[in-house]
Design a protein around this ligand. Structure first.
Ligand code: 5GP
Ligand code: ZN
Length: 116
């Protein structure tokens, strides 16, 4: 799988070809605001490298996953969220619409359970 897919929206956001409201960026990951927020704080954390979803993550990605969760923790702290939800939809049946690994970080309102 190539690291960059020119047809992938989030690959293009990661390199700045498509603008985004970025809140945190490192060599490996980018965190930016969701264009259609479902909560007062709705961020997306992505690896710069193209991975379609959690289903394609391998043991070799352990450090990358650690970096993603570190970025999520930092972004939640910067947003001052006392509590938050992290979600990753896997496959169209679960609501995935962009096929580049991403974790939603939602907060700033009460969260219901179970999610819809
Ligand atoms: P999924 O449906 O795959 O779990 O999540 C994809 C998310 O990407 C959606 O919440 C959607 O609002 C967001 N999104 C789609 N296109 C763009 C875009 O061009 N910019 C940003 N910032 N978010 C986007
Ligand atoms: Zn991609």
């Amino acid at each position: 799988m190539p690291d960059f897919d020119p047809t992938c929206l989030f690959c293009r956001i990661a390199v700045g070809e498509i603008p985004s409201d970025t809140v945190l960026a490192t060599d490996e990951v980018v965190v930016f605001r969701d264009v259609n927020p479902r909560a007062p704080t709705h961020l997306l954390a992505i690896p710069r490298r193209h991975i379609p979803s959690v289903a394609e993550v391998t043991d070799a990605d352990a450090a990358l996953l650690s970096a993603l969760f570190a970025a999520l923790r930092t972004a939640a702290g910067q947003a001052g969220l006392p509590g938050y939800r992290i979600v990753s939809n896997v496959g169209p049946e679960a609501g995935q619409s962009v096929f580049h690994l991403h974790f939603h970080l939602l907060g700033g309102r009460p969260m219901e359970w179970p999610p819809g």
